[in-house]
Design a protein around this ligand. Structure first.
Ligand code: BDR
Ligand code: CA
Length: 313
């Protein structure tokens, strides 16, 4: 089978970085057409810079990186330096990128790329707020039929929220964009907190990255060392959840994951529950399913895949 063509839409973020590294390490399964940066964990200038730092860390400086939206569609930007640090990529010391950002705006890159492909042939992988994708769908609804699948990290049902009691960060930051995406009719696979909180980087798992002894393995271990302090303190867990790599791992080994095809709606009205993913897990509404909502993961298999692929870089 030929490699699946994808666009990674991202706000790096240490876990975004690992998701990108996993994709770039897997050319047999994944063909990265471009990486589009969006404002999220940190402002756009930093997410764009971090995306390029990660491509260079992977030894893939030819990867095309585009800058997209610097704020959500209808709200003020909320960032997460309290989790990811001031740069968004705190932890390892990595050189400033030499790679330049592409001239084209990310939203136009998404539109032009999808228009240039046959129906159902490009997969979108959003790892941050859905602003770039929502804006592209709003501007050019004709591109929706070109999407093979949207595999995204966002939302929660059983775990409810992480940035507010009701909402997960990526959806909370731009609920209007998320609403456009979930109503688009494109096939969607959701990696919510319900599954990412089962993908914990315990000490032995982080040691496995460090023991690769490579620049990439050590950098990933140092990213996690930084990132995990927040979740350990908050949840009392054994390590940080590696949220975003669930998306790229799904493209390589979907059998590591299981979930249900259900209806998911986005709260866009109430300030109290803004950005909540109202997931009809128990099929009580009769609303038509619009997404596969993942609930479980073979965590050992996931971490073996990660260590094996990162060792290739
Ligand atoms: C999501 O928010 C960000 O902090 C992470 O990179 C991930 O995409 C988890 O809620
Ligand atoms: Ca992210």
């Amino acid at each position: 089978m030929s490699a699946r063509k994808i666009i990674i839409d991202t706000d790096p973020g240490q876990d975004d970085a690992v998701a990108i590294l996993l994709a770039l390490a897997s050319p047999e399964e994944i063909d990265v057409l471009g990486i589009t940066a969006v404002a999220g964990n940190v402002p756009l200038t930093l997410t764009s810079k971090n995306a390029r730092i990660v491509c260079e860390l992977a030894g893939k400086p030819d990867t095309k990186v585009y800058e997209g939206c610097d704020r959500p569609m209808g709200r003020e930007l909320v960032t997460a330096e309290h989790v990811h640090g001031k740069t968004g990529l705190n932890g390892p010391v990595l050189p400033a990128p030499i790679m330049k950002v592409e001239d084209q705006h990310a939203v136009n890159f998404i539109i032009d790329t999808l228009r240039a492909h046959d129906a159902g042939t490009v997969t979108l992988c959003p790892l941050g707020p859905l602003t770039n994708i929502g804006s592209a769908f709003e501007k050019a609804p004709d591109i929706i039929e070109k999407v093979q699948e949207i595999v995204l990290m966002g939302g929660a049902y059983f775990e409810v929220g992480n940035i507010t009691p009701a909402a997960e960060f990526n959806i909370y930051v731009d609920p209007q964009a998320a609403d456009i995406v979930f109503k688009s009719g494109a096939p969607i696979v959701v990696m919510p907190l319900d599954v990412t909180h089962k993908a914990l980087v315990t000490k032995p798992r982080n040691d496995a990255f460090r023991n690769l002894g490579t620049k990439v393995g050590i950098a990933v271990a140092e990213m996690t060392d930084f990132f995990e302090r927040f979740d350990k303190e908050k949840y009392g867990s054994d390590g940080a959840p590696l949220h975003d790599p669930c998306v790229t791992a799904y493209l390589i080994q979907p059998e590591l994951f299981s979930g249900r095809r259900i209806n998911v709606e986005i709260e866009t009205q109430s300030e109290l529950t803004m950005g909540m993913t109202v997931a009809d897990w128990w099929s009580v509404t009769g609303r038509a399913p619009n997404a596969i909502f993942i609930g479980d993961i073979d965590a050992d298999g996931f971490f073996s895949l990660l260590a094996e692929r990162l060792s290739r870089l």
